[in-house]
Design a protein around this ligand. Structure first.
Ligand code: SF4
Length: 135
């Protein structure tokens, strides 16, 4: 059977992603903000979800327990010190504005988000670009 000539982007299939250029973010549906988000304790401090004093003196597992109970974190990987953030049922990050598709905590966003897609993600240098539908 002949292959279809148009492939739809699939966030779970990096082979469908597009080579990243800076100007793409303004026109994108923010597909990257629908992927699982793993962050560190320092990110949680910058996001003001953990107090700096707490970060320094509290057991990280206790912090993870509190944030999981509060529904902020989905799970914690103690070996790597990584928190996987909870998401909405739609898959969107809790900090993504559903209408504008913009990050609501941009200046405080985690390092993972700052590095995506250049150095982190399923295919560094590529992203799951999906253009916003024009009004
Ligand atoms: S914190 Fe902001 S940039 Fe990072 S995934 Fe969430 S909405 Fe996107």
């Amino acid at each position: 059977m002949a292959k279809p000539s148009i492939y739809l982007v699939d966030v779970d299939r990096p082979d469908t992603w597009t080579k990243y250029r800076k100007d793409m973010c303004d026109r994108c549906m923010a597909s990257c903000c629908t992927m699982p988000l793993e962050i560190k304790l320092s990110d949680l401090v910058r996001m003001e979800l953990v107090d700096p004093f707490e970060a320094e003196h509290e057991d990280i597992k206790q912090i993870a327990k509190r944030l999981t109970k509060a529904g902020v974190v989905d799970r914690f990987n103690n070996k790597y010190g990584l928190f996987t953030m909870a998401r909405r049922a739609s898959g969107d990050c809790n900090y993504l504005d559903a209408k504008t598709r913009r990050c609501t905590i941009y200046d405080k966003r985690p390092q993972t988000c700052r590095n995506h897609p250049q150095t982190v993600g399923g295919r560094p240098g590529y992203c799951a670009f999906r253009a916003k539908e024009s009004a």
